[in-house]
Design a protein around this ligand. Structure first.
Ligand code: ZLS
Ligand code: CA
Ligand code: ZN
Length: 388
């Protein structure tokens, strides 16, 4: 069980739309929307639903999406974008490599409206002051651009949610712990001093999307933008991560002093993920949530990546418990999906045997561990240079 920063309870509201489960990127795709249903069933089996207000299921409307996205791109998305073979990235052009990160699948438009609707409803619950923490695990699609899909993301629910929050709050902080760089959100607010974006991500060896280098503090001459990037090496685990996360986020809270915080909780930074090569434990990941929660600002929790689906479900269930401020037992209650956790002895907090993959990445930690403090100093220095 993770320490919750404090014992003070929060008013938590939770959004779940069962319609998300029918979205299917295709049988060989790594993105599996059903993992959100698995997380929800775990949340329910642990009895956590009784501790939260349930948000009304309300898909977004096309005009909601038009607050950020181009009309032409939305028309393409709504039309189903032609044959299944043709991705909707680059406004209809076929993705490279002969297979598609962003396939046009049946029910895609409906899926977009539902996950974006969840993040918007959650943002509105915070803006209307009816909750302290709002959760939408089906959101967090941080790569989508105004006019194109990217990295499994079609509609950028995060940008929409932040814009909704800006109607009520002066400064909004965005924190992204997905293993990938939060490029779409960063680009959308790079010119704004009312939104600071912070992403921690694996970087190097052409890891997608390759952006998010340390040196990028802002864009253009006038540095009135607030962008913080923390590039990490393969193999980094709880110890290395938190040597950076807490000092950096502590300083960010000090200098930016946000009135609301949006957190993308991508679970692909966990150990054993199919795409990522970081080694966070469930507790190490949740520690990011409890640290930000401890500052007591309106907090929006969103999902994101996560490609080993039982790990994802365990992670987001655990973080729902952290949001509420309730300890839950490590033994997974019997429920319809419990066979997915059999390989971990029906335990929430899984441990992996030292496989080849782990050994291989251990050398990266040996090489880069000594430079973590230097990285921290550089990020803190960048922070002191921002003109806010
Ligand atoms: O942050 O690396 C790339 C781009 C390519 C290689 C893959 N091909 C298909 C297109 C060109 C350079 N794409 C990344 C995208 C990662 C998106 C992360 C999203 C998020 O977690 C937020 C939700 C990538 N990495 C791995 C794959 N794509 C990938 C692996 C395996 C497959 C199966 C399904 C699809 C095609 C075969 C796929 C993609
Ligand atoms: Ca990230
Ligand atoms: Zn990711």
């Amino acid at each position: 069980s993770t320490s919750c920063g404090d014992d003070k309870k929060r008013r938590v509201c939770y959004y779940y739309d069962a319609g998300i489960a029918s979205a299917d990127y295709g049988e060989h795709h790594v993105m599996v929307p059903k993992r959100v249903t698995m997380a929800h069933n775990l949340v329910s089996a642990y009895g956590l639903l009784g501790h939260m207000r349930r948000l009304r299921t309300a898909p977004a409307t096309e005009s909601d999406l038009a607050a950020f996205h181009d009309a032409g791109y939305l028309a393409l998305l709504r039309s189903g974008a032609g044959d299944a073979d043709r991705g909707v990235d680059a406004a209809g052009e076929r993705g490279g490599g002969g297979f598609d990160d962003n396939p046009a699948f049946d029910g895609l438009w409906d899926y977009c409206l539902r996950y974006a609707g969840g993040s918007l409803a959650a943002a509105r619950a915070l803006a209307g002051d009816s909750s302290d923490i709002a959760i939408n695990w089906s959101g967090g699609m941080h790569h989508a651009c105004a006019g194109k899909a990217s990295g499994f993301c079609y509609v950028n629910d995060i940008v929409l949610a932040i814009r909704a929050l800006l109607g009520r709050f002066r400064r909004v902080l965005y924190v992204d712990v997905d293993v990938h760089h939060g490029d779409g959100v960063e680009a959308a607010f790079a010119g704004s001093s009312r939104v600071m974006t912070v992403s921690f991500h694996q970087h190097g060896d052409n890891f997608f999307p390759e952006s998010g280098e340390l040196k990028i503090v802002g864009k253009g001459q006038d540095e009135r933008c607030a962008v913080v990037n923390v590039p990490l090496k393969k193999g980094f685990g709880d110890e290395e991560y938190h040597q950076l996360f807490e000092p950096i986020m502590g300083r960010v809270m000090e200098v930016f002093d946000p009135e609301a915080v949006v957190m993308q909780c991508g679970a692909d930074s966990l150990d054993g993920d199919r795409l990522g090569s970081l080694k966070l434990t469930l507790n190490g990941h949740a520690q990011c949530v409890s640290f930000l929660r401890s500052f007591n600002r309106p907090l929006l929790l969103l999902g994101g990546g996560g490609y080993t689906i039982n790990h994802v479900a365990s992670c987001w269930c655990n973080e729902t418990a952290v949001a509420i401020g309730k300890d839950i037992p490590n033994d997974i209650p019997k429920h319809g999906f419990d066979q997915f956790y059999q390989n971990h002895g029906y335990r929430l907090h899984y441990t992996l045997s030292q496989g080849d993959k782990n050994k291989k990445n251990a050398k990266y930690v040996d090489v880069h561990k000594p430079s973590i403090d230097k990285l921290k100093q550089q990020v803190l220095e960048n922070l002191s240079k921002l003109k806010l």
